[in-house]
Design a protein around this ligand. Sequence first.
Ligand SMILES: [Zn+2]
Ligand SMILES: [Zn+2]
Length: 182
Amino acid sequence: MSNPEQSDTIFLKSLGKVSDTTVFNFLEAELNKIFKIPVQIDSPIPVDPSAYNEKRDQYYSPIILKQLSKKERHEIILGVVEVDLYVEGLNFIFGQADIRNRKAIISLARLRQEYYGRKPNQNLFQKRTLTEAVHELGHVYGLSHCLNPQCVMFFSNSLRDTDVKGYEFCKTCRKKMSIPDR
Ligand SMILES: [Zn+2]
Ligand SMILES: [Zn+2]
């Protein structure tokens, strides 16, 4: 288990333009409550243009993750992108983690109601963003997928899964996380 140390900080970094920057303040506050380590909003960087796949009109997630790994070797960084992400074998992904380098990335593209032709819902959008962020950071903390559909570490195949599970760890996963009680 690669449990982060007390001295660690989670850095939030946007790659490319993120249209709703209030989401960073929300994540900063909520992730701090959940992981009990400092959270800092880091300076944005552009998305590596080579990640773009014209045929799919999507961005290849591993290239963007690699951008983060190159930057700060051991820091925990959560990258946030507006663009739609994919990996081989999947139509899209909500996020991805590079456990060894302690880097994670989430995409906001499919978390808004508007994406599905529905009315905007800011609360729901924020809750989904937090859920995906906690999930990927859970991987960074060494957790694998959990079979409990109510646990944040459950694998989301669809947005429905994300909405059902929410951002809380189940008891078992929480134990594995060994987050200090303070
Ligand atoms: Zn996962
Ligand atoms: Zn769990």
